[in-house]
Design a protein around this ligand. Structure first.
Ligand SMILES: Nc1ncnc2c1ncn2[C@@H]1O[C@H](COP(=O)(O)OP(=O)(O)OP(=O)(O)O)[C@@H](O)[C@H]1O
Ligand SMILES: [Mg+2]
Length: 316
């Protein structure tokens, strides 16, 4: 999917870079417009004053998004219904919900791969109308190209963006070093473990320097110990680079330990039914967060909102 995005993004690159520059240069104006429109971007219930002291810049926004898919029966399937949410600059937000409630669909809409049936998605204040270079994916499968070395895989997206070769190499090298993969730059994907391959996928995603990272269950295919290591690397990298991210996960502990906020979706048609602001320090250290006394309370609340355990209790 990243490949698809990056491929289509190439033809739109000039437009996109121009509009990104515009969006960033117009930040104060952008914030004012949001205010005038009365948009509720503080779903956590903090006052606007408090909100301003964090970051008023919204990187990703969904406004009243509904998605219907045509089915073979002729009936439309409503995957998501009237979803509004926003993710601020530098914020990490997790999205959790039952299987089939529309989480990936929401991500695909924000990335321009699906056009919503109703409502709109915006990245950096610009309406999303197709795949674009603001966006980078990381999925459950690493989707590395087997005939390319690790360094060449990391450089793939920036190559399509048309970055000069020296800059491509510099970026790839810096990312591989920061993710502990420098010694494997010349290896091929089959020579790496599953966890290392996911790390390469993360490096490739970061290399394109996206406005917003979309992470769709990035660690669900790796073992529990590797997952903890990768979670810490992701958290540190996001914090260091000041990146904004929307993370889909079924792992409630992962959601709590990696995020500033967790949004809970209902069963299909998916709606946002709860929001938890994670009030624990050290967002860049999920291992430390795991030990915080508040974690269990957050996870329990998420379990309750998802109705986990209720079916079993009812039928017991
Ligand atoms: N391209 C498509 N065409 C038709 N239906 C689709 C399409 N993509 C998704 N759907 C349907 O929309 C619903 C939501 O799917 P989606 O993949 O977004 O769920 P999800 O929350 O990501 O689930 P999971 O947690 O299992 O990954 C499902 O019923 C799915 O069958
Ligand atoms: Mg999904």
């Amino acid at each position: 999917m990243f490949i698809l995005c990056a491929d289509i993004a190439f033809s739109r690159w000039q437009k996109v870079t121009a509009s990104a520059a515009y969006a960033l240069s117009a930040v104060p104006w952008f914030a004012t417009i949001l205010d005038n429109d009365g948009l509720n971007y503080d779903q956590a219930g903090r006052t606007r004053g408090q909100e301003r002291s964090m970051s008023p810049v919204i990187r990703l926004e969904y406004r009243n998004v509904t998605m219907r898919f045509a089915q073979a029966s002729g009936q439309a399937l409503t995957a998501i219904q009237d979803v509004s949410l926003s993710v601020r600059d530098g914020e990490v937000v997790s999205l959790i919900g039952p299987s089939g409630c529309g989480k990936s669909t929401l991500l695909n809409i924000g990335s321009g791969l699906y056009a919503p049936s109703e409502g709109q998605a915006f990245v950096d204040g610009e309406r999303v109308e197709g795949p674009n270079a603001h966006v980078a994916f990381m999925l459950q499968k690493d989707l590395l190209l087997p005939w390319r070395t690790i360094a060449e895989n990391v450089m793939f997206g920036v190559e399509i963006q048309g970055l000069p070769q020296a800059e491509r190499k510099r970026r790839a090298q810096a990312l591989l070093e920061s993710l502990g993969l420098a010694d494997f730059a010349g290896h091929y994907p089959h020579q790496l473990s599953g966890g290392m391959r996911q790390r390469v996928a993360l490096a490739r995603t970061l290399a394109v320097d996206p406005s917003v990272l979309r992470l769709d269950e990035p660690f669900s295919a790796v073992d529990a110990q590797t997952r903890m290591v990768l979670q810490r690397e992701l958290a540190q990298t996001l914090k260091r680079a000041g990146k904004t991210a929307l993370l889909i996960t079924h792992d409630l502990l992962e959601a709590v330990t990696l995020s500033d906020r967790v949004l809970v979706m209902s069963r299909r048609p998916g709606r946002i039914i709860d929001e938890i602001v994670v009030d624990i320090p050290d967002r860049d250290d999920p291992l430390a967060r795991r030990k915080d006394a508040k974690v269990n309370a957050y996870v329990n609340r998420l379990m309750e909102r998802l109705g986990i355990g209720e079916t079993e209790r009812a039928s017991a």
